[in-house]
Design a protein around this ligand. Structure first.
Ligand SMILES: NC(=O)c1ccc[n+]([C@@H]2O[C@H](COP(=O)([O-])OP(=O)(O)OC[C@H]3O[C@@H](n4cnc5c(N)ncnc54)[C@H](OP(=O)(O)O)[C@@H]3O)[C@@H](O)[C@H]2O)c1
Length: 426
């Protein structure tokens, strides 16, 4: 392995960024997950100098919140300038950026198409090339996860018209692994292409995705439909002969994704994989969580908003979703039990102040969360990071760090048998 390095991942809370962060941490490096939700903003420059101090490598996998021509161009130009200037000041030795295979072939179409976004990516690449900082630009093909966006972009209520153009998509895990490999290698001062193992036509990709996810809409092949309004041919979206290919096939990912979805749905249904007493315990505990959370939210609404209708507070769509995974009486710790749950925070979700009267061990799976117990320091955690709270702790901050991305974590509790898992606190 290379020597341990400090690596800053800009966009470290995003789809690719969070996986790059986990990958590099697992390989023993000091990794900073940088994004607005962790106080680092490339558009304003906020937090950049602090995050980059002592860093050898910067990986930029941020994305513009808007894909419209003007805001996307402003995002990639302003962010690029701020980031590269901060890297120069910090003496960064390798700048890695993620862009799109065929960016230079997708610049031409007019208003309403996605070509403005690709012009913005091109501007980002040009700034990097002119910066004087050693760099590698990674061009990836479309992510498997992006099939959903393609379907959404081209749909009316019953059918989707898509050009049957060749693609060579890849799964986000393979993108992240390849980007992490590049970050640990020498700067190429050039571009490397990465792609999936198979070519598939755009209409077929979306057809298979819809069929696997139980979506009844029909996909119609239409050579004039283009790619997000951009005129394309069979060379536009596929990489050249030297591309590095990820191992994961689309069919394999589809089956894994749909199996996971089914398993999650089963787990969300009344604790069907737990038996006997465990079912009762988990059901009671969850009632406790939901009841406590709801009563606290309603109490908060009563306190703070006399002019706001109460119904508005109860229809708030930002509550955490708690899913039980496993419950077990701990025979060698009399009176105690272990409980494992996942918690999903929608964007902007925040818990009321509470305590657990339990040992709680948190492990972040996705996104970014902010945690604090009374008297402790507020910390922002990203995938792979952990947090502990003890039976005496009052949990004063528990929230999603991002207003735009969901977050998910596992909690393992060791608690008194049958006691509620969450109680309100002040
Ligand atoms: N979709 C595809 O098929 C495809 C294919 C090839 C390449 N790419 C490229 O892959 C890259 C990553 O895409 P993704 O899907 O992983 O993106 P994503 O999930 O939308 O994540 C975007 C990230 O950018 C961060 N960000 C937004 N504004 C920022 C700012 N002002 N300063 C710093 N960070 C900021 C976000 O932070 P918060 O969470 O705090 O908002 C988030 O961490 C993009 O550059 C895209 O062009 C995409």
């Amino acid at each position: 392995m290379n020597n341990k390095m400090k690596i800053v991942v800009i966009g470290g809370s995003g789809l690719i960024g969070s996986k790059v962060v986990t990958n590099l941490r697992q390989r023993g490096h000091e990794v900073v997950a940088a994004s607005p939700s962790t106080g680092v903003n490339t558009l304003t420059g906020e937090g950049l100098a602090e995050a980059l101090a002592g860093a050898q490598v910067v990986v930029d996998v941020a994305n513009s919140p808007s894909f419209e021509d003007k805001p996307a161009l402003e995002f990639f130009e302003t962010s690029g300038r701020n980031l590269l200037a901060a890297e120069k000041a910090a003496g960064v030795k390798h700048h890695v950026a993620l862009s799109v295979v065929g960016t230079d072939r997708l610049l031409g179409s007019g208003p309403g198409s996605l070509s403005g976004y690709f012009r913005a990516k091109m501007a980002q690449e040009n700034l990097i090339k002119a910066s004087g900082i050693p760099f590698t630009i990674v061009h990836a093909t479309q992510f498997f996860e992006f099939a959903k966006n393609i379907a959404q972009s081209a749909t009316d209520s019953s059918s989707i018209r898509l050009s049957p153009v060749l693609m060579q998509p890849m799964v986000s895990d393979d993108v992240a692994a390849a980007v992490a490999d590049v970050a640990l290698g020498e700067p190429m001062n050039g571009m490397v292409e990465i792609a999936g193992p198979d070519q598939i036509r755009q209409d077929e990709l979306v057809r298979q995705f819809l069929s696997a996810t139980g979506d009844a809409r029909k996909v119609i092949a239409d050579a004039n439909a283009g790619y997000f309004g951009i005129a394309v041919n069979d060379q536009s979206l596929v990489p050249g002969a030297n591309a590095r290919l990820g191992p994961t096939h689309f069919a394999e990912w589809l089956s894994r994704t749909t199996t996971q979805k089914t398993a999650t749905e089963k787990q969300s249904a009344p604790a069907s994989n737990l038996s006997g007493d465990a079912v009762k315990v988990v059901a009671l505990l969850l009632c406790g969580i939901v009841f406590a959370a709801l009563s606290l939210r309603n109490a908060a609404a009563d306190d703070s908003s006399t002019d706001k209708p109460k119904a508005a507070a109860t229809t708030e769509p930002k509550e955490a979703k708690v899913t039980p995974l496993l419950s077990k009486e701990l025979m060698d710790l009399p009176g105690k039990e272990g409980l494992m749950v996942t918690v999903e925070y929608p964007p902007g979700s925040s818990d009321p102040i509470h305590r657990h009267n339990a040992h709680g061990f948190i492990y972040v799976l996705e996104g970014s969360i902010v945690m604090q117990v009374r008297g402790g320091k507020e910390v922002t955690l990203t995938p792979g990071q952990t947090f502990y709270e003890g039976p005496e702790d009052v949990h004063v901050v528990g929230r999603n760090a991002s207003q735009t991305k969901a977050a998910k974590f596992v909690v393992f509790f060791v608690k008194d048998k049958g006691a509620p898992v969450l109680v309100p606190a002040k």
